[in-house]
Design a protein. Structure first.
Length: 259
Protein backbone atom coordinates (compact mmCIF):
# COMPACT_ATOMS: atom_id res chain seq x y z
CA UNK A 1 0.00 0.00 0.00
CA UNK A 2 1.46 3.42 -0.96
CA UNK A 3 2.75 5.51 1.94
CA UNK A 4 1.45 8.95 2.82
CA UNK A 5 4.01 11.36 1.41
CA UNK A 6 2.36 14.64 2.43
CA UNK A 7 -0.21 15.10 5.19
CA UNK A 8 -2.19 18.20 6.11
CA UNK A 9 -3.90 17.98 9.49
CA UNK A 10 -6.66 20.46 10.40
CA UNK A 11 -5.04 23.34 8.54
CA UNK A 12 -6.52 26.83 8.77
CA UNK A 13 -5.05 29.94 7.19
CA UNK A 14 -5.92 33.63 6.86
CA UNK A 15 -3.89 36.46 5.35
CA UNK A 16 -4.02 38.58 8.50
CA UNK A 17 -5.67 38.59 11.91
CA UNK A 18 -8.64 40.63 10.71
CA UNK A 19 -9.41 38.76 7.48
CA UNK A 20 -11.66 35.78 6.87
CA UNK A 21 -10.25 32.27 6.77
CA UNK A 22 -8.91 31.36 3.34
CA UNK A 23 -8.61 27.70 4.38
CA UNK A 24 -10.73 26.26 7.16
CA UNK A 25 -9.91 22.97 8.94
CA UNK A 26 -8.37 21.29 5.89
CA UNK A 27 -7.25 17.70 6.38
CA UNK A 28 -5.71 15.88 3.41
CA UNK A 29 -3.33 13.01 2.67
CA UNK A 30 -1.27 12.73 -0.51
CA UNK A 31 -0.01 9.22 -1.19
CA UNK A 32 3.31 8.49 -2.85
CA UNK A 33 3.04 8.07 -6.61
CA UNK A 34 -0.43 9.61 -6.85
CA UNK A 35 -1.73 12.40 -9.10
CA UNK A 36 -3.98 14.66 -7.07
CA UNK A 37 -6.17 17.35 -8.62
CA UNK A 38 -7.32 20.20 -6.38
CA UNK A 39 -10.49 21.54 -7.99
CA UNK A 40 -12.53 24.58 -7.13
CA UNK A 41 -13.94 27.84 -8.43
CA UNK A 42 -11.93 31.05 -8.40
CA UNK A 43 -11.17 32.16 -4.85
CA UNK A 44 -11.63 28.70 -3.35
CA UNK A 45 -8.14 28.72 -1.78
CA UNK A 46 -6.39 26.41 -4.24
CA UNK A 47 -3.21 28.46 -4.72
CA UNK A 48 -2.97 29.11 -0.98
CA UNK A 49 -3.20 25.37 -0.34
CA UNK A 50 -0.30 24.77 -2.75
CA UNK A 51 1.76 27.51 -1.07
CA UNK A 52 1.26 25.81 2.29
CA UNK A 53 2.32 22.46 0.84
CA UNK A 54 5.49 24.11 -0.44
CA UNK A 55 6.21 25.61 2.97
CA UNK A 56 5.90 29.15 1.58
CA UNK A 57 3.11 30.07 4.00
CA UNK A 58 2.66 29.12 7.65
CA UNK A 59 -0.69 27.74 8.81
CA UNK A 60 -2.59 29.47 11.59
CA UNK A 61 -3.63 26.13 13.03
CA UNK A 62 -2.80 22.50 12.33
CA UNK A 63 0.36 20.98 10.95
CA UNK A 64 1.82 19.70 7.68
CA UNK A 65 3.99 16.59 7.54
CA UNK A 66 6.35 15.67 4.70
CA UNK A 67 7.47 12.05 4.99
CA UNK A 68 6.24 12.11 8.59
CA UNK A 69 8.29 15.16 9.53
CA UNK A 70 7.02 18.68 10.26
CA UNK A 71 7.45 20.70 7.09
CA UNK A 72 8.71 23.69 9.09
CA UNK A 73 11.76 21.64 10.16
CA UNK A 74 13.07 21.34 6.59
CA UNK A 75 15.63 23.82 5.30
CA UNK A 76 14.92 25.70 2.07
CA UNK A 77 17.59 23.61 0.38
CA UNK A 78 15.98 20.35 1.53
CA UNK A 79 12.56 21.55 0.36
CA UNK A 80 14.01 22.53 -3.01
CA UNK A 81 15.32 19.00 -3.46
CA UNK A 82 12.01 17.39 -2.47
CA UNK A 83 9.40 19.63 -4.10
CA UNK A 84 9.19 21.94 -7.08
CA UNK A 85 6.51 24.27 -8.42
CA UNK A 86 5.27 25.08 -11.89
CA UNK A 87 3.61 28.48 -11.31
CA UNK A 88 0.54 29.72 -13.10
CA UNK A 89 2.34 32.85 -14.28
CA UNK A 90 6.03 33.65 -14.14
CA UNK A 91 7.67 36.27 -16.31
CA UNK A 92 11.35 35.82 -17.16
CA UNK A 93 12.84 39.13 -15.99
CA UNK A 94 16.34 38.82 -17.46
CA UNK A 95 17.61 37.82 -20.86
CA UNK A 96 18.55 34.24 -19.98
CA UNK A 97 18.81 31.60 -22.63
CA UNK A 98 16.50 28.63 -22.09
CA UNK A 99 19.42 26.50 -20.86
CA UNK A 100 20.68 29.22 -18.51
CA UNK A 101 17.20 29.62 -17.07
CA UNK A 102 16.89 25.89 -16.48
CA UNK A 103 20.16 25.80 -14.57
CA UNK A 104 18.60 28.13 -11.97
CA UNK A 105 16.64 25.06 -10.91
CA UNK A 106 19.88 23.40 -9.75
CA UNK A 107 20.29 25.96 -6.93
CA UNK A 108 19.13 23.52 -4.18
CA UNK A 109 22.10 21.28 -5.05
CA UNK A 110 24.77 23.97 -5.23
CA UNK A 111 26.56 25.84 -2.48
CA UNK A 112 26.50 29.64 -2.43
CA UNK A 113 28.30 31.09 -5.48
CA UNK A 114 29.05 27.59 -6.82
CA UNK A 115 28.74 27.35 -10.59
CA UNK A 116 26.78 24.52 -12.25
CA UNK A 117 28.94 21.56 -13.23
CA UNK A 118 28.79 19.18 -16.20
CA UNK A 119 26.40 16.96 -14.24
CA UNK A 120 23.99 19.87 -13.75
CA UNK A 121 24.18 20.73 -17.44
CA UNK A 122 23.37 17.12 -18.32
CA UNK A 123 20.31 17.17 -16.03
CA UNK A 124 19.10 20.38 -17.68
CA UNK A 125 19.61 18.93 -21.16
CA UNK A 126 17.64 15.80 -20.20
CA UNK A 127 14.82 17.94 -18.83
CA UNK A 128 14.60 19.79 -22.14
CA UNK A 129 14.44 16.47 -23.98
CA UNK A 130 11.77 15.18 -21.58
CA UNK A 131 9.44 18.10 -22.28
CA UNK A 132 10.21 17.94 -26.00
CA UNK A 133 11.94 21.27 -26.65
CA UNK A 134 15.70 20.47 -26.86
CA UNK A 135 16.01 22.65 -29.98
CA UNK A 136 15.17 25.75 -27.91
CA UNK A 137 18.21 25.48 -25.59
CA UNK A 138 19.84 28.65 -26.95
CA UNK A 139 16.61 30.65 -27.50
CA UNK A 140 15.92 33.63 -25.24
CA UNK A 141 13.68 32.41 -22.40
CA UNK A 142 11.76 35.70 -22.51
CA UNK A 143 10.76 35.23 -26.16
CA UNK A 144 8.89 31.95 -26.14
CA UNK A 145 5.30 31.26 -27.13
CA UNK A 146 2.76 30.50 -24.40
CA UNK A 147 3.03 26.75 -24.93
CA UNK A 148 6.83 26.81 -25.07
CA UNK A 149 6.97 28.91 -21.90
CA UNK A 150 4.77 26.44 -20.01
CA UNK A 151 6.98 23.53 -21.10
CA UNK A 152 10.01 25.55 -19.96
CA UNK A 153 8.43 26.01 -16.52
CA UNK A 154 7.86 22.25 -16.25
CA UNK A 155 11.43 21.56 -17.39
CA UNK A 156 12.84 23.93 -14.78
CA UNK A 157 10.81 22.16 -12.08
CA UNK A 158 12.15 18.80 -13.29
CA UNK A 159 15.74 20.07 -13.09
CA UNK A 160 15.22 20.14 -9.31
CA UNK A 161 14.69 16.35 -9.48
CA UNK A 162 11.74 16.57 -7.09
CA UNK A 163 9.80 13.78 -5.44
CA UNK A 164 6.68 15.97 -5.60
CA UNK A 165 5.82 18.15 -8.59
CA UNK A 166 3.26 20.88 -7.85
CA UNK A 167 1.51 22.76 -10.66
CA UNK A 168 -0.81 25.76 -10.31
CA UNK A 169 -3.40 25.78 -13.12
CA UNK A 170 -0.95 24.11 -15.55
CA UNK A 171 -3.10 24.41 -18.71
CA UNK A 172 -5.24 27.48 -18.03
CA UNK A 173 -3.57 29.61 -20.72
CA UNK A 174 -2.85 26.95 -23.33
CA UNK A 175 -4.51 26.16 -26.65
CA UNK A 176 -5.93 22.62 -27.06
CA UNK A 177 -2.80 21.26 -28.77
CA UNK A 178 -0.41 22.46 -26.08
CA UNK A 179 -2.88 21.45 -23.37
CA UNK A 180 -2.80 17.88 -24.63
CA UNK A 181 0.99 18.01 -24.86
CA UNK A 182 1.19 18.93 -21.17
CA UNK A 183 -1.32 16.20 -20.27
CA UNK A 184 0.81 13.57 -22.06
CA UNK A 185 3.96 14.85 -20.37
CA UNK A 186 2.42 14.70 -16.88
CA UNK A 187 1.18 11.16 -17.55
CA UNK A 188 4.73 10.15 -18.50
CA UNK A 189 6.15 11.74 -15.33
CA UNK A 190 3.57 9.92 -13.23
CA UNK A 191 4.54 6.64 -14.90
CA UNK A 192 8.14 7.37 -13.84
CA UNK A 193 7.05 7.59 -10.20
CA UNK A 194 6.76 11.36 -9.68
CA UNK A 195 4.01 12.36 -7.24
CA UNK A 196 1.97 15.18 -8.79
CA UNK A 197 -0.36 17.74 -7.22
CA UNK A 198 -2.07 20.30 -9.43
CA UNK A 199 -4.76 22.91 -9.00
CA UNK A 200 -7.40 23.55 -11.62
CA UNK A 201 -10.90 24.89 -12.08
CA UNK A 202 -11.34 22.47 -15.01
CA UNK A 203 -12.88 19.11 -14.01
CA UNK A 204 -12.12 17.77 -17.49
CA UNK A 205 -8.40 18.13 -16.83
CA UNK A 206 -8.79 16.38 -13.48
CA UNK A 207 -10.63 13.52 -15.15
CA UNK A 208 -7.91 13.21 -17.79
CA UNK A 209 -5.00 13.13 -15.34
CA UNK A 210 -5.83 12.52 -11.72
CA UNK A 211 -5.88 9.34 -9.66
CA UNK A 212 -7.26 11.37 -6.73
CA UNK A 213 -9.29 14.56 -6.50
CA UNK A 214 -10.01 17.19 -3.87
CA UNK A 215 -13.01 19.51 -4.16
CA UNK A 216 -12.33 22.84 -2.44
CA UNK A 217 -14.95 25.55 -1.99
CA UNK A 218 -14.68 28.69 0.13
CA UNK A 219 -11.68 27.23 1.94
CA UNK A 220 -13.34 23.96 2.92
CA UNK A 221 -12.94 20.48 1.47
CA UNK A 222 -16.28 19.23 0.19
CA UNK A 223 -15.00 15.85 -0.95
CA UNK A 224 -11.66 14.08 -1.32
CA UNK A 225 -10.69 10.61 -2.47
CA UNK A 226 -10.05 8.53 -5.57
CA UNK A 227 -11.08 10.31 -8.75
CA UNK A 228 -14.04 8.07 -9.57
CA UNK A 229 -15.64 8.63 -6.16
CA UNK A 230 -15.21 12.41 -6.25
CA UNK A 231 -15.88 13.47 -9.84
CA UNK A 232 -19.61 12.81 -9.76
CA UNK A 233 -22.60 14.81 -11.00
CA UNK A 234 -23.80 15.73 -7.51
CA UNK A 235 -20.37 16.64 -6.12
CA UNK A 236 -19.39 18.84 -9.06
CA UNK A 237 -22.81 20.50 -9.18
CA UNK A 238 -22.41 21.51 -5.53
CA UNK A 239 -18.85 22.68 -6.12
CA UNK A 240 -19.67 24.95 -9.06
CA UNK A 241 -23.27 25.90 -8.17
CA UNK A 242 -24.46 24.74 -11.55
CA UNK A 243 -25.77 21.45 -12.93
CA UNK A 244 -22.83 19.28 -14.02
CA UNK A 245 -22.76 15.91 -15.76
CA UNK A 246 -20.04 13.27 -15.80
CA UNK A 247 -20.08 10.73 -18.63
CA UNK A 248 -17.75 7.72 -18.49
CA UNK A 249 -17.39 5.41 -21.47
CA UNK A 250 -14.66 3.46 -23.27
CA UNK A 251 -12.03 4.49 -20.75
CA UNK A 252 -12.69 8.20 -21.13
CA UNK A 253 -14.44 10.67 -18.86
CA UNK A 254 -16.29 13.70 -20.19
CA UNK A 255 -17.45 16.45 -17.83
CA UNK A 256 -19.84 19.14 -19.01
CA UNK A 257 -22.26 21.76 -17.77
CA UNK A 258 -25.84 20.58 -18.26
CA UNK A 259 -27.50 23.99 -17.95
Amino acid sequence: MPANLLELEQISYRYNAHSQLVLDDVTLKITEGSVTAVLGPNGAGKSTLLDLCLGWKEAETGRILLRGREISSYSRKEMGQLMSLVPQNERVRFDYSVLEYLLLGRAPYLSQLEMPKAEDLGIAERALATVGIPELRHRSASRLSGGEHQLLMIARALVQEPEILILDEPTSQLDPGNRQRVVRLLRELHAQGVTIIFSTHDPGLAAALASHAVLLKKGKILQAGVEESVLKDSCLSTLYDTEMRVLRQEGKTIVYCAE
